[in-house]
Design a protein around this ligand. Sequence first.
Ligand SMILES: Cc1ncc(COP(=O)(O)O)c(C=O)c1O
Length: 397
Amino acid sequence: MDIQELYSENVRKMKSSEIRELLEVSQQPGVISFGGGLPNTGAFPVGDIKKIVNDVLDEEGDIALQYGTTPGRKKLIEEIISMARKDDIKADIDNVIITVGSQQALDLLGRVFLNEGDTIFLGSPTYLGGINAFRSYGADMIGVPLDDDGMDVDKLEEKIKESRKEGKNLKMIYTIPTFQNPAGVVMSEERRKRIVEIAEENNLLLVEDDPYGKLRFDGKPLKPLKAYDENVVYLGTFSKILSPGFRLAYAIAPEEVTKKMVIAKQSIDLCTPTFTQSIAYRFIKEGYMDRHIPRIIKMYKRKRDLMLEALEEYFPEGCKWTHPHGGMFLWATLPEHIDTKEMFKDAIKEKVAYVHGRAFYVDGGGSNAMRLNFSNPSDEEITEGIKRLGKVIEKKL
Ligand SMILES: Cc1ncc(COP(=O)(O)O)c(C=O)c1O
């Protein structure tokens, strides 16, 4: 039997995430990893969850252990709507769908909107999981450069015009405007307003992926894109503010879009786990979330500062890096001749890991860059790991 012959066209397009493979290597004993995008396990509110789990089982075990509806538990959706209102996002119950992580929301958007060859504009660099989700639907992905103020909207407009001229079928703009993964940058207010207009003018779906917006350490909060235009599809998640193990996230979208996402989701998993939804609901409703987020911010801010200090001290001249005001990552750029993918072997020998920049580009670029995660390593590991990495880079100069 030749199983290869039987695979669908879709599966043939799928690629195992490069990061996942790298992360396996970085789990070798003694390796300090800045590679993964993991929250710090010390930021999990284990005690609070233990208590809530008991309450859920005592008071509503019948609902929490039963199948739920596909859009999600109404009580949780109402809490999500109140949270969103604080960010000037207006939504009703029919605008929200709860998903198994934002990753599922990205996949659902692919199912609902993309035909083979449809064009999407996304950051250069951008979130690898987004690239993989859209690739599996055969999307034609066009990278738009970023700078310290986020996606360059003038370049975006140029690329839209060029693509139209080439007769492409334009569908979507995918962006992570706040504490971007991987670069850690924030889109300026001016650009936020402009990108919303560009999407409207060109009839493109604007997808705002916002896993990190609540993790702001300093600087003035900016309104999400969704606050400027109800047609934006906004993706939020509990992965970074509660626990990624819950696999709980949500999309806020125009009602007709959530309806289609619900239909698409029905054939995947029927519903998001009711149990974790019930716990998350109480976590917000009973005030735990409001007390918990500042604790995470305090921890990650300290880790960001430690990483910035270590970079100043140990990275050789000619390297530069972003100074994120929140989130979990920063982006370092090395002298041009250094290929960070190739350097990874040397880094592992010195027992330190990162993700090379090229992994986050759809059209080349980033060969001398790397993403560094500061949320997951311990304070001591941050200083020691950056010292090791500094030495590895020094040898390449
Ligand atoms: C930009 C971005 N979008 C989506 C996700 C997926 O998050 P979730 O755990 O909600 O699936 C991540 C996770 O790192 C991310 O960085």
